[in-house]
Design a protein around this ligand. Structure first.
Ligand SMILES: O=C(O)CCC(=O)C(=O)O
Length: 266
């Protein structure tokens, strides 16, 4: 799957632009570029490709790259394997929480659970200290599965400092996302992480976000709350959670821009 994803980004810009997304028009699937100042004033710099991977019957194959030829076949096969792994991991997490094995998967939508693929392409950056590929965030998903091209850059915030994830060939990195943190009432934590750019090498990562359907109501499960463990999170639909997080991000960016302008004018 990795060579197929990389081959897409090696295409000339005009070819990639044929798949361009258009957020203003509500078309979020496809190829996009990000070059923007984040809330901390750092530049976010990446190209990406985003499309729905699962459930099969809801996929719009016109949004998947047609080049290279094998992209659809290998990405589909990868998605099927990840979907099986989702069931296994959610069962293990459910057991750890002392609830029936199917519980987390059911509340996350069961057959309707969604998987979105985002391929992140971080170009070589001449001044990596001034830029970030992806700014620090926790994932809104339930789980995220990450593969990368063995160029270091993923960092996790652990015990008060940023730690670079080891590059282990063939290893799949799994993040707990916000939805599992909420359902478990904070027993599992959604990890803060970011993606760095590299001076010498292009970095590519493949993230599969495993999400509940938009209208799924997600709050701490009744089995994990009691008088001594009151709910730490309000129940919200997945859409409400996503909108709230995007709104807060936009607000932080606007405040940072306003502060920067004020700085420049004084
Ligand atoms: O590139 C990475 O390793 C992390 C990507 C990421 O966190 C994201 O796409 O949300």
């Amino acid at each position: 799957m990795a060579p197929a994803g990389k081959a897409f980004f090696d295409l000339p810009v005009e070819e990639k632009e044929k798949y361009a997304n258009d957020h203003a028009a509500g078309k979020i699937a496809g190829y996009g570029s990000k070059l923007a100042n984040n809330a901390s004033g750092q530049l976010e710099w990446e190209d990406y490709y985003f499309h729905l991977l699962w459930p099969e019957q809801r996929r719009d194959m016109t949004t998947w790259p047609k080049h290279p030829q094998e992209y659809i076949e290998v990405t589909d096969a990868y998605g099927r394997e990840i979907r099986k792994l989702v069931t296994k991991i959610l069962a293990t997490l459910s057991s750890d929480l002392g609830v029936e094995e199917e519980r987390l998967e059911r509340v996350l939508g069961g057959e309707n659970l969604e998987m979105q693929l985002k391929i992140n392409y971080y170009p070589r950056c001449p001044q990596p200290e001034l830029a970030l590929g992806v700014e620090a965030h926790t994932d809104i998903s339930a789980l995220t599965f990450l593969l990368h091209n063995m160029v270091p850059g993923l960092q996790l915030f652990y015990e008060g400092k940023w730690v670079t994830a080891k590059c282990i060939p063939g290893a799949l990195i799994v993040h707990i996302g916000d939805q599992v943190e909420i359902l478990s009432n904070g027993k599992f934590t959604s990890g803060l992480h970011r993606g760095l750019v590299n001076k010498e090498k292009v970095r590519i990562s493949w993230a599969v976000f495993c999400d509940p359907p938009k209208d799924a109501l997600i709050g701490p499960m009744k089995e994990v709350v009691d008088e001594s463990n009151p709910p730490l999170f309000p129940a919200k639909t997945f859409k409400e959670h996503t909108d709230h997080k995007l709104f807060k991000k936009a607000q932080a960016q606007a405040e940072a821009q306003a502060a920067k302008k004020l700085d420049q004018s004084t």
